[in-house]
Design a protein around this ligand. Sequence first.
Ligand code: GDP
Ligand code: MG
Length: 457
Amino acid sequence: ETPAEKELRSPILCILGHVDTGKTSLLDKIRSTNVQGGEARGITQQIGASFVPVETIKEQTKGINEKLKVNFRLPGLLLIDTPGHESFNNLRSRGSGLCDLAILVIDIVHGIEKQTVESINLLRMRKTPFVVALNKVDRVYEWQKYVNLSMNEELKLQNRHTAQDFESRTNKIIAQLAEHELNAALYWRNSDYKKVVSLVPTSAVTGEGLGDLMLVVVQLMQKIMSEKVTYRNTLECTILEVKAIEGLGTTVDAVLVNGVLNEGDKIVVSGFGGPIVTTIRSLLTPPPLRETRVKTALIPNKSIRASMGVKIVAPGLEKAVAGTSLYVVGEDDDLEELKREAQKDVDSVLATDDTEEIGVTIQASTLGSLEAFSTFLKGEKIPVAFKAIGPVHKKHVMNAAIMANKDPKYAILLAFGVKVEESAMQTANELKITIMSEETIYLFVDRLKTYFGAIKE
Ligand code: GDP
Ligand code: MG
């Protein structure tokens, strides 16, 4: 089989960036454009993701593709619906990134901000390639809107001051990215997609640049990353969320990256109390031709083929761990082996193998965020002695207190995006244990610098 004949699956895309750069607006715009395109061509809502079929992309990029002449081989794009760090952290597959490609959104007016840097670090950590959407281009000085033109052509039609304003803002961002060891260029000037990050000007308000963005993504996936998105029969499925649903019990929302899931399949899932073996009762997806604002019941499927977002109903999923892989027990599979495999994933993050005798105590809300936090601290050379998922209770503070005798500077608890219970707070006050509680990783940077700096003196 030549590479050209290989079947490709839809790449999984996620959106990252600083708050208010327009991540949600971009997603909404992509979705609403498609809805206007008519039902058959429209987007199909999936669980945790939206599927943009290739027909829709062709339609949207018709005007600008006359010159670029991209041939479409992908069946479509699967956009993860929840933008931001937290969902990106959970989009893991056995320690590596689940996203095939990320869209990093930068506000062209604001340039690089704190969470932009954090996003870049997360993308590096998961080795996820990305393109940059230079969003809010409509806010460039006296910007004129044109339709059905590529952004390169649009720029040529802008007045001189507008073009200058655009260039200087873009150059500033390129320089800022270079400070973080990233080479970047406007996509039409990028001759090396492998080494240079493409910048795509967009506006989530006017819709300009969205076609460009899709074409850049499609080209990148087809030219450079086709191997990665070649459809495989070997099952690859990651749990995004564990949810209790009235009438269904505890269900898991999952992304099927490769392979097929069937109703009745025997599966193994990682659990907080050990591996869970169960049987798929139903595979639910929203109906394909659904009215966007009308809430319709989910429909059962006999079988689901990658890549897709799906809700899995099965008994005994209460303790399933989000961010871990799901396995199907095939005829020739050794169940015990699969159970060990499934548990390894949770253990690799939670186990004490890589914790130190002396170090800080950390807590995060999910497996993925705990993993990202641990990696961050390792990078900062801060040893970790205890780690856990979920809210901070008294017993966790007691763990941190153990350090008071061993090395008092490590008698601190870092709570990343989790609630600190009242009783834990009280205990911390009594035992004089510092609890640092923050919603994002980058907010810990300065606090830890100050803390350890002050301790050293
Ligand atoms: P998020 O926090 O990254 O998800 O950002 P939002 O999508 O919530 O957008 C933040 C604000 O920026 C909202 O008021 C949006 O209307 C506005 N916004 C988003 N994209 C654009 C854009 O392309 N142009 C302009 N002018 N405003 C935008
Ligand atoms: Mg948002």
